[in-house]
Structure formats: C-alpha cells, structure tokens
Design a protein around this ligand. Sequence first.
Ligand SMILES: [Zn+2]
Length: 464
Amino acid sequence: MKNHAAQRLIADMQARSNSSGSLLTEALGASSQHLRQFNRERTLNCVRLQGPLPRVTIAQRIGLSRATVSNIIDELLAEGFVHEGDMLSAAPGGGRRPIQVHFNANAGCILGVDIGRTHLTFVAADLSGHILAHQSMPFITTQGPDICIQQLANRLRDFINANDISWDRIIGLSCGSPGTLDGNKRVFVSPPHMPGWNGVDIRGTLEEEFKLPVLLDNDANLGALGESRYGAGRTQKDFIYVKIGTGIGSGIIVNGQIYRGNGGFAGELGHITTGEDGPLCECGNRGCLESLAGADAIIHDACEGISLTRLQSELPDKQVSSIATKPLADMSDVIQAAREGDPACCAALAVAGHRIGMAVSVLINLFNPSAVILDGGVTHAGDILTAPLIASAAASSLPASWNHTRILMGELHEMAIALGAITAMIDEAFGQAKMFGDTIPQLPEVDIYKYTNAVPGDLVPPSG
Ligand SMILES: [Zn+2]
C-alpha cells in the first residue's frame, strides 16, 4: 500500500517549487484550491509545532471556522498525518472533554547526507527531526564525480536497506557539500580541492537515481541551520556560523532562516581579502582569508615558519621559533604538537586565530549578530586558536556591537551538516514554518556524544 502522507508531501514540495509566488500571495490571489491548500498547511503546521491540541483550539489559534478545521483534520487523519488520542483532562468551559489531535511524525522519513571532502555521513530522521539511523564512512572526493556519485548512491541504498527504512516512507534526500554551488543549488561552481567537480549536477543525478525530491546546499549554510534548530543557535534568532577547516565558510542566519544574498553566494567569509600581497587562493585572488588562515595555511606556517617581522606586526607579544620540531602531516598533528607546547605550531594557530578574528569583527560590525558560532576541524585546537581570535575580534569590533555578541562553540560537531540537511527538508516539506508568530520551530535534543567523536570538554565555551 502506498504511503499517502509521504506521497502528499512530495506532491506539495513539487507544487511549491513549480509555483511562481508564495502560497500566501497565491492565496490572497485566491483560487479556492490555493486557499484550501493554504489553510491545510496552517492547520498541519499548528498541530505539528504546537500540538497535541483539540480541534476547537486549533481553529481558534489559526482563526478559521471550526467546520473548516474539522474538514481538514478529517483529511489529515485519512492520510495518516495526524491521529486522535487522549482527551484533555478537563473541558475548558465544562461539558464534554475534547479529544486531542497529535502530529504523526512517523508518517514520513527524511534522509540527510553530509558529503565531505573525505567523509560521508548519512542520517535518517522522522518528520519531527528525531534521528532514526546514522552512519559515517570515509569518502574520497578526489576520485572524481563519476566514481563518487555512484558510490554515494550505492552506500545510501545499503544504509536504507540495512536500517529497514521503507522506501515509500521517504519524502526526500537533502545533501550538504563543500564548495560553491550555483544560484539554483544544483551545480558545483569550481569547488576548491575537488578537481573534476566543476559543473557537475549532483542534484539532478540523485533525483534521477532515487526518483525523489533532492535538496543540495553549501555545508556552511547547513551547519548554520543545524546549529539553529538542534544546537548552539537554538536560542539565537540572528547569528553567524563560522566553519574553519581546509576552507573557511560562514552561514548567516537571519530570523531563523539562511540569508543567501541575491545570487545565493552570501557567506563566503574565506574569500575576504585580508592581504593583497598574500598567497594565491584557489579562487584566483590573492590574500584571501582561507589562503592565510585555513588548515593548509596553518600547516604551511607551522612547517615553514612565519616570518618574524610579519608575526611581530600581527602579534607583538608572541615569541616564536622558526619551524615545528616534529613532522606535521595534517591538522591534527599541528593541534597535538601545539598542545604539547611546540612554539611554531602554537604561533601558526595563534596567527590564524588573529586573522580570523579580524574577519569576524567585519561580520559583527556589519550584521550585529547575537552570536558567532565557531565550528570546523581547526577549532579542535581550543583556546590556542580561539583566545587570539576572540581578542582580535573584540579589538576590531565596534564596542556597541561586540558587547551584544556572544562567541559560542558549535554543539553538533560531525553531525552539524547532516542535521542541517534534515532541517532544510522539514522546512521545505511543510512550508510556512514561520506562520506562528516569531517562534522558530526547534527540533529535538540530540545526544551528540552518541553520534560523534566529541568529548564533553569540546562543548566548553571559549574563554574571553
Ligand atoms: Zn579566495
């Protein structure tokens, strides 16, 4: 038997992506069909976000007649989106106690995929964002798109089958990936460190492969969205998520939603020019923040030494030796050596922190966010990176803005992007999530230690 709820959500998403305006503007237009769909979404979202509730209360909250709401609820019951359960303990005005309408989160299932440069993470979640299954594995994007996309599809099928997820419950696949995507979020545009991926339509290929709606977004945008609903941004309406790894990216959250800019390219913090005579960046410019403070730059600085004059001008109080005392293969070696006190590694991380802090002060002055959330592999260095970052951000921000901005660490670690992908699909499937005043819908608490390598100490906010 077909799963009616999942089919309906897929049809709604397809209708929404084909429609020219928002459902609200069309409803104001208003064909009776659009108006019915508009009222249906409001009813379903009211039960989903505020339920369980009796029919009479739903009608009061969304300002529709009791009869209209009852018709819609009957339809939602038949499709499996809601079920009626317990009664209220007392009737509000005496009399019969009303039956409550509950949202059925099991009516559908969402797949979130984090496509990293060196890993793949899959998460399956129900329609309320509860995690049903999770798996991470190595993934080498430098093998090129032909091999990688087929591998991704095969492993995702294995994941779905191994976890007994019924295919007709799946409403869509939501993916995050590094690198720049085109404005329609379909095609890679010269992604750094991913040779052969320029122009690849990963979204179209996966839609064809799975015959399901597919969403694709930049990893920093989805990390920001994940933190906003599941993690450190749960209480912040306007914040900026900064991901510091091989690349440096940011996701800007305004009123609980991703701010994308005109062409969809907002948030490219790593390509702010911080030194015109700096090294050549993958984007073709010189002196981008990423080329001076990303993981590769930090490893380079630790191995080759930073010129003392340059360092003194940026961090006058630091004493440095010229190069690291041990061989350094990757960022975790640099962090380990810095923790053991290697002066060159400490200095390389401190200089990077200082440079990133200057860029963060630009964000603070421009956006006046309530928080900046730091995440990404380089942040595992802890205070060695974050103390100079916070010091330079504080020194370069306008005091009025700085005093209203908190610097927080991300809470979701390796799960941030996959959970952001789940969030994006929930928003897409139900539309109108913002109908209910200024409340941003929050998703369930996640026991992050169950799914990641994080240790409790990682969640301590940076000092300063
Ligand atoms: Zn650049």
